[in-house]
Design a binder for this molecule. Sequence first.
Ligand code: SF4
Ligand code: SF4
Length: 176
Amino acid sequence: MQPLTNRVKDVDRRPMTIGEKIYLPAILKGMSITFSHMFKKKPTINFPEQNRPFSPVFRGLHVLNRDEEGRERCTACGLCAVACPAEAITMEAAERQPGEEHLYREEKYAARYEINMLRCIFCGLCEEACPKDAIYLSETFAPSNYARKSLIYGKNDLLIPDPKTEAADLAKAKGL
Ligand code: SF4
Ligand code: SF4
């Protein structure tokens, strides 16, 4: 029968030699390979104490952005949810009330904004679609969890700390 590839090898059915029967050469060969690795650079790192640098194009956990005055940028237009191929984003819009101008930049804001991290494929299309620079994918990732509900991130999980009232948290979030 014609083989599909040229990688086919005939099975070696010769009787084993004395050296092969006592396995000692094979054991020594295996040990020499193990020993040689002791002097090579370790490919593993001590995660989580050590972290590998991310690629410049890494797309991680989402952040809902604020403007320079600490106001939420999102205007609940829904473009990110429409652009999302995984249907991971849901939101509810609300009207900004008089006196709330210091909280929300636009007249409409997201009263509820959720991203299901179990659905998200971190494609970044929500960031591309946003006309308000209100959402971006950061250089962190969602920590693992045992409960599905904990991986549905709400506004409180996604909003970047307020530069006016939470300056220390903001610096920490930015890795400063
Ligand atoms: S990164 Fe992609 S999959 Fe995830 S929420 Fe944004 S658009 Fe949806
Ligand atoms: S994050 Fe951007 S695209 Fe999504 S609802 Fe808010 S303003 Fe619209």
